[in-house]
Design a protein around this ligand. Structure first.
Ligand SMILES: Cc1cc2nc3c(=O)[nH]c(=O)nc-3n(C[C@H](O)[C@H](O)[C@H](O)COP(=O)(O)OP(=O)(O)OC[C@H]3O[C@@H](n4cnc5c(N)ncnc54)[C@H](O)[C@@H]3O)c2cc1C
Length: 493
């Protein structure tokens, strides 16, 4: 008899685990509370404009390719991934603009010319980032922390013996400052802390690995938007036999004597041999298991969530040639911005603004002579702020800043609008406090503190997704699903 697995949540993590287990012969049911799968990677349509709701950039595409290979599917039949000539255009308040090219030679030349740093130094920095990746990726990203064998092998030993090269003891900012003199260059490289919702002035320099992921391994868009990846995963899940139940919120995980054995959905009980939660770890303990007091429930509730975001989805009249697909308008005082987000827990007074315009590569995303602007700022996780009032003020600040820096009229050209805030992120995806990436990496032990993929507390319970190992962001949650599926396979062989 094939083993029955219940998966809670159809984010990338849950889909990745479900697809693999179905392919391995398990009988998999996946429950998604929303009408569509994809979780944070969703889509909205407004007055002829379409927007990706969450992620806009895909890194480590080989992780996605491997999932399609695993189920003998051809990825190009579903998604057209495309690398970009300019990964991101950076705007500084004094008028300087810097293009981050995907071509290594052009990138180094641009950074060197614009920042006045030597080409040799930039090369050295990219090699430093690569070295951290080469030493850490296998152990920290691709393997389960639930298995002792992960740590007891030659390659892990090699990593641990070279701990000084992992740059764990400095912060990202201190490390970046040790390379560069130019404050703008330091700010640009510090920015990568936000790729997992952290603060570069606190996060360990090991996270400077992210620059290698983007500049050396490449960053991609999907021709029909990131949401096309969600749809593709749904299709291949169905092809391998995953039963997907949408608009089906799991209300409870049933357990007896610390063994889970079923789910309650719309008051119906369904029995399973194992349960995988792609829901936020804290939500799983508190609301699905009804557990506020076990060691794990207490431990995870005390960890600092990652940052959240406020996103304005604006349909904008006109075409703006000075914008690329991905753009960053930096703040003047980056340290203060992170201090406001993580210490004061307030919306930054001078926020760094990210603008993503998918209609620049997919004209179907906006009506003629218009663009779809996804305008995002990093924000604190929800701790009861007056979001409505704060967001009204923020909207003004952002519009003025964009108009000033780009030299355009924006206000009267916004023809439609929708806004995402931390409360909505929490209510839509059950991410506690609206955090984007699970827990923050604002201390050097964060990688070890995340929820392991196999529960120690509850037999038969597994976790995948941004709040579990190895962390948030598309490639990592896909890997999280992979690691979890491998554990389930091993346990139920
Ligand atoms: C605005 C924004 C921008 C981002 N930008 C990027 C980016 O550019 N690149 C990148 O790599 N990452 C980015 N991220 C992060 C990335 O989106 C996430 O790390 C990733 O998508 C999370 O996947 P997940 O599987 O962990 O969870 P989620 O996407 O949160 O999915 C969890 C799913 O579980 C469902 N669920 C939860 N509880 C229940 C329940 N009780 N019953 C049924 N269903 C339930 C939820 O509805 C949801 O669909 C961004 C995120 C946001 C919000």
């Amino acid at each position: 008899m094939s083993r029955k697995i219940g998966v809670i949540g159809g984010g990338f993590g849950g889909l990745s685990a479900a697809i693999r287990l179905a392919k391995l012969g398990f009988n998999v049911d996946l429950f998604e509370q929303n009408e569509t799968v994809g979780g944070k990677a969703n889509s909205i349509s407004l007055d002829g404009f379409r927007f990706d709701t969450g992620p806009s950039l895909l890194t480590m595409p080989f992780v996605l390719n491997e999932l399609f290979d695993f189920v003998d599917e051809e990825i190009n039949d579903y998604i057209q991934l495309q690398s970009l000539d300019i990964l991101c255009k950076y705007f500084y308040s004094d008028g300087l603009t810097v293009n981050a090219y995907s071509d290594r030679g052009k990138l180094i030349n641009e950074f060197s010319t614009k920042f006045g740093e030597s080409e040799k130094l930039i090369e050295k920095y990219l090699n430093y980032s690569k070295q951290i990746y080469d030493l850490t990726a296998e152990l920290f990203l691709f393997k389960s922390f639930s298995e002792i064998s992960t740590f007891l092998n030659l390659s892990a030993l090699k990593t641990l013996l070279q701990i000084n090269k992992l740059d764990t003891f400095r912060t990202m900012h201190v490390a970046n400052e040790s390379f560069f003199n130019n404050k703008k260059a330091i700010q640009l490289f510090d920015r990568y802390a936000t790729y997992n919702g952290s603060n570069p002035y606190l996060a360990p320099a090991t996270l400077n690995i992210i620059q290698h992921v983007e500049y050396n391994l490449g960053a991609f868009i999907a021709k029909k938007g990131i949401y096309s990846i969600s749809l593709a995963l749904e299709s291949i899940a169905k092809n391998v036999g995953v039963n997907i139940y949408k608009s089906s919120k799991v209300e409870q995980i049933l357990h007896e004597k610390k063994r889970v054995d079923g789910l309650v959905i719309n008051e119906n009980v369904k029995k399973y041999h194992a349960i995988i939660s792609n829901s936020d770890v804290n939500n799983t303990y508190k609301n699905l298991l009804g557990d506020n007091s076990s060691k794990s429930a207490i431990k995870y509730s005390k960890l600092q969530p990652s940052s959240s975001a406020i996103v304005f989805y604006w349909g904008v009249k006109g075409n703006y040639d000075n914008l690329e697909i991905h753009n960053i308008l930096f703040s003047d005082d980056y340290q203060n911005e992170f201090d406001e987000i993580f210490t004061k827990k307030s919306i930054p007074s001078d926020p760094t603004i990210y603008i993503y315009v998918s209609s620049k590569f997919n004209s179907e995303d906006a009506p003629p002579n218009s663009e779809n602007w996804f305008v995002m700022i990093n924000a604190p996780f929800n701790s009861g702020q007056e979001w409505k009032i704060e967001i009204e003020k923020l909207r003004e600040i952002i519009i003025r800043k964009i108009e000033r820096q780009l030299g355009i009229s924006l206000r009267e050209n916004i023809v439609c609008e929708s806004i995402l805030n931390p409360l909505k992120i929490e209510s839509k995806t059950s991410s506690m406090y609206g955090s984007l990436y699970g827990i923050s990496s604002n201390n050097k032990y964060a990688a070890f503190l995340r929820q392991r993929n196999r529960s120690k507390e509850y037999k038969g319970l597994y976790f995948c997704g941004g709040s579990a190992h190895p962390g948030g962001g598309i490639p990592l949650v896909l890997l999280s699903g992979k690691i979890t599926a491998e554990l389930v396979e091993k346990d139920f062989k």
